[in-house]
Structure formats: C-alpha cells, structure tokens
Ligand binder design. Sequence first.
Ligand code: PRT
Ligand code: ZN
Length: 284
Amino acid sequence: MKLKIAIQKQGKLAEGSTALLKKCGIGFSNGQGKLRAEAEDFPLELFFLRDDDIPDYVADGVADLGIVGENILAEDPKPVDVVEKLGFGRCRLSIAVPKSFKYSDTADLNGLRIATSYPRILSEFLAARTVSAEIHEISGSVEIAPSIGLADAVCDLVSSGSTLFSNGLREIETVLRSEAVLIARRDLSAEQNKLLEQFLFRIRSVLAAERNKYILLNAPEDKVAEIASLLPGIKSPTVMPLAEPGWVSLHSVISEHDFWEVVENLKAAGAEGILVLSIDQMIK
Ligand code: PRT
Ligand code: ZN
C-alpha cells in the first residue's frame, strides 16, 4: 500500500514541494528528466508533472495527492479536497495598468482590454463589481501585452512585483491571494486515509516548527515572573539556575508572528543574552 503524490516538475512550486517532503523525512532522488520516483522512508510514490495537470490527475485518481497553487484550483475547479495550506508559493493575482494610467477605483476598468491567463477568476471579480471589460485570454508573458498594444491592462500573478515594475506596470487591485495547498482524491480507501493522516502529521509538525522559534535568555531571578508573562510558550517557560547566583536561564517557544515585539518587551523587562533558534519539528 502506497500513496501517490503529484508535484510540480519544474517551476515556482517545485523547490518548495521537494523541500517540504525532505523536512518531513521523506527522501527521494529526482534526477533530470525523471517523471517518477519512489520515496525512501515513507510509502509514497512521486509523479513530477506540470502544475496545471496536477488537479486533473488527482481528480481522476491517477494520483492520490497533489501539491498545487490555490490559483489553479480557483481558475479551474476540480472535484478534489484541499487538505492543508502549505505556507509556500505565496502570490497574488492582481490587476495592473501602465504607470501613466490614472486610476481611482474599479469603475475606471470599464471598457478596458485586460490580458490574463485567469479569465474565470477575473470575470467573476469584474462581474461582482459590475465592471464591463474585455478579457483577452493569453497563456504566457501577460506582462508584455500593454507595451505591444494587445491590451490596456493585465491580470497576472505577482510575488515580488519586479516583473510588473520592469514592464512599466503598476498594481492597482488584488483579485485573489494564493499559496500552495495539499489536495487529495475524494475516494481514498480507509488504509490510504490512515497513511494520509501520518503524512499530514509530519507536514503539520514541520509547518508548526516554521511558524515558531525557540528562545533562550538570561534574567535576574526577581524578574522571572514578569518575563515569563511575556513568553506565551507551549506551556510555561523552563527556568534553570545559572552558575552566577541570582540569575536564571529561561527557555520557551515564541511565534514568528509577534517575534520582534516580544523580544523588545523582553529586553525592556531585563532579559539579557537572548538567543533565538529555529525549530526542525514541533509535535503537538
Ligand atoms: O511548467 P508549469 O506549467 O508546471 O509551470 P508554470 O509556468 O505554469 O507555473 P510557475 O512555475 O510559474 O508557477 C507555479 C505556481 O507557483 C503558480 O500557479 C502559483 O501558484 C505559484 N507562484 C508563486 C507563482 C509566483 N509566485 C509568481 N511570481 N507563479 C507565477 N509567478 C510569476 C508571475 O506571474 C511573474 O510573471 O513569476 C513572475 C515573477 O513574479 P515577480 O512578481 O516576483 O516579479
Ligand atoms: Zn503551468
């Protein structure tokens, strides 16, 4: 019994997908041009595919699982379950116009020709705002459409924004936010579901670890109560005596989210020698 997972062969999600599996302790060799691989430490078989094909392979049962951007599913929904958001491949689908275009709100999009590879998502966005624009579906290099006179605006995926910038375009509306997700076939057997649970347990431990940091600091004993109240760890912090009388070391886990704020408050409360470490896995 094995699970079959489809991941992107090459492109923006390929590295993140491989890295996630490796952090889950699942090793495999994916040499040049390989379309399949067997995982070494987990009953998993890998297929390396184009991202657009992954939802179909999962819906058809050729693969049991897949890793794909939410944008692909939103544009072309398939009967698959989204099991987990994976925290990488983050991007947004945005409308952009030439820098010189005067834009104040979506009404200004009326009558424009907008080039996109995401006609469905864009037409829903425009319809919800009663904007009537002409959608030009093109499959790639959307960002050059305005400069060659093919369109007045574009609706394309953006991450850093540098592609839009270097093509003289300015982002004006966010249509959709997306990240990589794990999808699953709807009719997994009980045995396959059990394997999926094991796989998910590993993924969730990796994701939790990535969202948290391990923090160690020194503090005078009389400040422990105040400092401990600033550390919203898993439970209460570990407190250990230092060789120097009157001083202790505190260990805890803090979320990456409010990390800098917590560190500043700790310093202000008298913490010294603060060390922050990455966590490999966090089992809840
Ligand atoms: O060959 P295959 O069909 O598998 O790949 P593809 O070329 O269709 O897709 P690919 O590898 O470009 O993207 C795969 C998935 O990665 C997308 O479906 C998104 O879910 C996600 N993703 C995350 C992105 C980006 N970030 C991204 N920046 N997909 C595309 N881009 C493009 C963007 O459109 C722009 O043209 O990358 C370019 C650079 O972006 P900036 O803003 O960083 O300059
Ligand atoms: Zn693609």
